[in-house]
Write a protein that binds this ligand. Structure first.
Ligand SMILES: C[S@@+](CC[C@H](N)C(=O)[O-])C[C@H]1O[C@@H](n2cnc3c(N)ncnc32)[C@H](O)[C@@H]1O
Length: 275
């Protein structure tokens, strides 16, 4: 079973996963604080993508390396950095991008002060190996950070997701085959780090609001914007969407087009490599 590359998401990733104005900068502040970063700190991000997390840190001048399976995702980041450099000719930007797999990192042992993963471990069947690689390339005393945008309450979005999973199962598709080797939940990662003596702690950082109607949650699935939908065979997927639309209209009734506020939080698992 292989990891899930985001080549197909390049054209819509930033539009559908981007933060509201100002939040990316606050997330960068939270990362810098959690890492205890200094201007000399060397960062590495596994699954760097389009630089949603990385870009504000690169713009602040940190020495930043990134690896991703998807060259097209990283091309978007390169373009942003080129534009930023043109607009800020005095800025000293340090970015090294490599195409590759986080379970086999092309970096020497003890090279980085901070290694970051954000919304990537659930796409890597052998996520434990990716963490082991992260720890290998960290300097002694270096910081490993695993971040996620976490909804602070359940609501229509999750109801719609659960409805779709149930439909897919009814149609005979085993969600255990979804190419991810099981969702690497926060708890699993926390325990993995704990067992290795990395002293993990959970930091709840930036809070922001988003608004979405149940119809938008259904269309997010229908348009296959969500990576969980990518591995479902086309015919089963098409049928699942027809059923989901019908069931959602019935379930939400008048509220189908009513925006629902959702509170989101950037959560960081922080671990320290022994000295
Ligand atoms: C959901 S995106 C997250 C990108 C970025 N960290 C963010 O938060 O916006 C996941 C990224 O991880 C990449 N990816 C998935 N499996 C990978 C692996 N084994 N090694 C490196 N990159 C991987 C995908 O291609 C994609 O660009």
């Amino acid at each position: 079973m292989s990891s899930i590359s985001f080549d197909r998401a390049v054209d819509y990733y930033d539009a559908t996963r981007g933060y509201p104005p100002g939040v990316a900068e606050q997330v960068a502040d939270a990362i810098v604080a959690a890492a205890g970063a200094t201007p000399e700190s060397r960062f590495l991000e596994l699954g760097i993508g389009t630089g949603r997390i990385a870009f504000p840190l690169i713009a602040r001048g940190y020495d930043y390396s990134g690896i991703d399976l998807s060259e097209p995702m990283m091309a978007q980041l390169r373009a942003k950095v080129v534009d930023y450099a043109k607009a800020h000719p005095q800025a000293s930007l340090r970015l090294d991008l490599r195409q590759g797999d986080s379970t086999r990192l092309p970096y020497a042992d003890n090279s980085f002060d901070v290694v970051l993963t954000v919304h990537v471990l659930h796409l890597i069947p052998n996520w434990q190996q990716a963490i082991q690689e992260a720890v290998r390339v960290l300097k002694p005393g270096g910081i490993y950070l695993n971040g996620a945008d976490d909804a602070m309450q359940t609501g229509g979005h999750y109801t719609v997701q659960k409805m779709w999973f149930a439909i897919i199962q009814r149609l005979g598709y085993d969600t255990g085959q979804m190419g991810m080797g099981g969702f690497a939940t926060g708890d699993a990662i926390f325990h993995f780090l704990q067992e290795r003596g990395l002293r993990p702690e959970l930091l709840r950082t930036v809070i922001w609001q988003i608004s979405e109607t149940p119809r938008q949650a259904v269309e997010y699935i229908a348009k296959r914007l969500w990576s969980r939908t990518w591995v479902v065979p086309d015919e089963i997927f098409a049928e699942s969407v027809t059923l989901l639309r019908a069931e959602a209209v019935e379930r939400f009734g008048d509220a189908f087009d009513t925006p629902e506020q959702r509170t989101m939080q950037f959560v960081l698992q922080r671990a320290v490599k022994g000295t």
